[in-house]
Structures are given as C-alpha cells and as structure tokens.
Design a protein around this ligand. Structure first.
Ligand SMILES: Cc1cc2nc3c(=O)[nH]c(=O)nc-3n(C[C@H](O)[C@H](O)[C@H](O)COP(=O)(O)O)c2cc1C
Length: 185
C-alpha cells in the first residue's frame, strides 16, 4: 500500500524543498524511495529529518512537479527543524533511522516522532486522484510514448469534468500547460 504525500525537507542552510513522494509503511516506520539524484534524498541524508504532509490540495502536487506556482504557505514544525504545509490535513515529523543504499533507488527508513491532525478527511474526490495521476505522468514525459500520455489524459479528464472544484481545475490546467509545452518543443 502506497500513500501519495508531500515531503518537505530543508538542507544544511535551512533552504526548504517540497516534493511529492509515494511512501510505504512497515512496522510503524515510514519508507521513502527516492530515485537518484534527488534533492529530498540529499536533504534527508544531511539533516536526518523530514516532514510528511497529507494534503487534499492537489495544486501542491502539480506545482512541485512542474516547478512553477510554488508559493506554498509553510510553517515551522513542532519537534524538528523544518517546515510543513500550513494547510495540511495532517503532518508527521520524521527522523531517519536507516538507509539502504542503492545505485538507483535507495530506501530511507524513518520513525515518526510527532504527528498532528489538523483537519478532517472530507472523502474521496475523483478529480483529486486524476490530478495526482496526471502529475505522475508529467514526471515521466521523456520516458513515455506521447500517445499513451494523451490517451491517459483523455480518460482522466472525465473525472475532472464530473467532479473537480476550483483547486483541482487550477492544478489540472498547470499540468496541461506543461504537457503542451513539452510536446511543442
Ligand atoms: C504522486 C507522486 C509520487 C511520486 N513518488 C516518487 C517516489 O516515490 N520516488 C521518486 O523518486 N519520485 C517520486 N515522484 C517524483 C518526484 O516528486 C520528483 O521527481 C521530484 O522532483 C523528486 O526529486 P527531488 O527530491 O530532487 O525534488 C513522485 C511524483 C508524484 C507526482
């Protein structure tokens, strides 16, 4: 079971980095598997901490992936040095306990040292899931055939048309602009 989250980290100069990551849970530990090279990986190795943010604002996933519109509202974590998404539904403050290194995709194992629920889960929304799927596709544009990307986007568009609100529409439009620009070049 993999949960799609937003991981916030800082480097040794306290510069923040925001990136979407799928995480696994094993025996109470949170496991992150970043492909190298990764700023998140470097920051975690430097500081030994990270913050896992659970959010239903899918604009964060879209903007982190396209590296635009990154005007996140961030506030200080409570028990570790770091910043979390201010509007997260919940966040967990993580301490690195083990690293299984790998040439391509190491595993980072974290213990949860502090967790806070800020707001309630409102229920599943298909448009949010569609935005997260399109964000994943956008990270793979150079690896996937154009026809596959465009046909999957057409399918995902159904959930957007039927169930999106303003935030989902905005995230969807950012990702679409990125895809159009990629194929225009
Ligand atoms: C929903 C979602 C899940 C992702 N999960 C992972 C992951 O598990 N590992 C990974 O390396 N990249 C993942 N990515 C891609 C990274 O977010 C993206 O490549 C990012 O730039 C990571 O590199 P960075 O740490 O240098 O920012 C995911 C992207 C999305 C949209």
């Amino acid at each position: 079971l993999i949960y799609e989250t937003i991981i916030t980290t800082v480097n040794a100069n306290d510069e923040v980095h925001v990136a979407p990551f799928g995480v696994r849970k094993e025996n109470g530990l949170v496991i992150l598997s970043p492909f190298k090279p990764s700023i998140t990986l470097d920051n975690c190795l430097q500081t030994k901490v990270a913050i896992m943010n659970l959010t239903d604002d899918v604009r964060t996933f879209a903007s982190a992936v396209i590296k635009q519109h990154q005007d996140y509202l961030l506030i200080k974590a409570e028990k570790i040095n770091g910043l979390r998404l201010a509007d997260a539904l919940a966040h967990q403050e993580l301490r690195l306990t083990n690293v299984i290194d790998d040439a391509q995709r190491p595993e980072l194992h974290f213990e949860v040292i502090h967790q806070v629920n800020h707001r309630s889960f409102l229920g599943f929304n298909r448009a949010q899931a569609a935005v997260v799927e399109l964000a994943v596709l956008v990270t793979r544009l150079s690896m996937l055939p154009k026809e596959k990307v465009l046909s999957e986007k057409t399918y995902l568009q159904i959930a957007i048309d039927k169930t999106a609100g303003p935030k989902e529409m905005e995230a969807w439009s950012w990702l679409n602009a990125k895809i159009e620009a990629f194929y225009a070049n």
